[in-house]
Design a protein around this ligand. Sequence first.
Ligand SMILES: Cc1cc2nc3c(=O)[nH]c(=O)nc-3n(C[C@H](O)[C@H](O)[C@H](O)COP(=O)(O)OP(=O)(O)OC[C@H]3O[C@@H](n4cnc5c(N)ncnc54)[C@H](O)[C@@H]3O)c2cc1C
Length: 495
Amino acid sequence: MTEDVVIAGAGPNGLFLACELRLAGVKPVVLERLPEPPSTPKANGLVGRVVQLLDYRGLYQRISGAGKPSPAPGYQFAGFPLELRSLGDHPLYVLPLPQRTLEARLTEYALELGVEIRRGQELVSLSQDEDKVVVETNDGTLETRYLVGADGGHSVVRKQVGIGFPGTSDDSFTSVQGRVLLDPSAFTTGGEIETPDGPVRPFQWHRSPRGAFALAPFEPGVFRVSLLEWGRPAVSEDIPVTLDELRAAVRRVLGRDLPMSLPEDDDPLVWRRRTGSNARQAERYREGRVLLLGDAAHVHPAVGGPGLNLGLQDAVNLGWKLAAEVRGWAPPGLLDTYESERLPLGRRVLLHTQAQMTLLSPGEEVGSVRALFGELLDESVVRQRIAEMLAGADVRYDLTAPAHPLLGRWMPDVPLRADGVTRVAELMRSGRAVLLDFTGAHDGFEHEQVDYVRAETAEPPADAVLIRPDGYVAWAGGDGLTEALGQWFRMSEKV
Ligand SMILES: Cc1cc2nc3c(=O)[nH]c(=O)nc-3n(C[C@H](O)[C@H](O)[C@H](O)COP(=O)(O)OP(=O)(O)OC[C@H]3O[C@@H](n4cnc5c(N)ncnc54)[C@H](O)[C@@H]3O)c2cc1C
């Protein structure tokens, strides 16, 4: 039997892609080498457009238990506070969430949708011809029409198909992280920690002449403490971090002691050390019938937490296009737009994470750049620009249709009056494309791949909007609807 799509890796990106394919009518098989979900802590939250994406699929509600997401009132960039409240409309949304929980919720959702997840199955090699990919695992051989490598930064799939992974590895710094109780005496009445180099605020990197420090209160009284230090001797990542070691690193970086102790429910998995970080991107995201997704396609410093914003949006971009290819209705070249649209976004994340690491590193010359940068961040236009970059919203897909400001952009979550629907996000739950008609000019429209919705709103952004399954605008108002339908969905409208 030949599978339609095999996904190597049940990390967040592989799982989300599997759900997207299922919504689009394709039944993928997910191979995961680990017999059980991993318990190692990775991401602490989602930052950027991805939060709205989860809302558009109805997952925000089941993951967070909350209703509708709102833009964050503030964030940080390289340790600078990023005041966002005064900007009004901006795309930087934040959802604090351990990666373990995200993976558990995505697994539940995938299983509900009927995705087959085969745990304990490791892809060891592959070969492909014009019609299929042959996958060898520790458990046997599979044939599939398409293979997606969502198998993380060390991707076997990427190596097997010979896609290069150029970039840099920076081992000039070490990071340690621990989870501690902090005595309230550590804080001023304003909730800050005083240090010789200025106050330290939670949820924000603090740069000192000796390194950088961050503190995140995830549970009452319990804090995750992270430190970056440059020029320290490298210690193996396998040697456990101790409380005394963390205390000493705090003293070096902050220039003062902190009253720290171990919580009763100490979680040894949170304690970790690393040397340096990698900043690399796959030369291309596709080789024949094999595609790369998530960390398999790009790795970068974790500063600011952009990884899942990038990877999960890769997945939603790829899902409907790959499904269209498998189901036989994809217009020529559709699948290649996965790379042409998403590779530039990966490049942007490499740019801003590396820039942030440079701005956090020690040295007087860095101090001068920071001083200038701090002045620029007083300007709301600069903060808007940075917020859009961190959210992954500063790149517009290059869609060839008559120009409209919305074209190639994320469809905003406009409030609607339509049949049982109150906002755009609710239209996107099914994962199908939508022709949203604000004037009735397209009344009677029917299309195999596109739902028609007649709606009213106070200030329509266009007379009508064609929204792709990934939430991006393929056409807006005016002429050219038939061409846009042909470009993205091939079959022409019935009426
Ligand atoms: C310390 C740390 C903190 C981070 N913080 C954040 C944050 O706050 N916010 C954020 O957005 N991102 C953060 N990230 C990044 C984020 O964790 C990654 O971007 C994310 O895990 C990538 O998901 P993925 O599904 O592409 O790959 P992975 O999570 O690496 O999953 C790949 C899966 O493939 C499996 N696999 C590997 N090889 C094979 C094989 N040959 N066959 C079958 N299965 C295989 C693996 O077992 C794994 O389950 C952080 C990362 C780290 C390390």
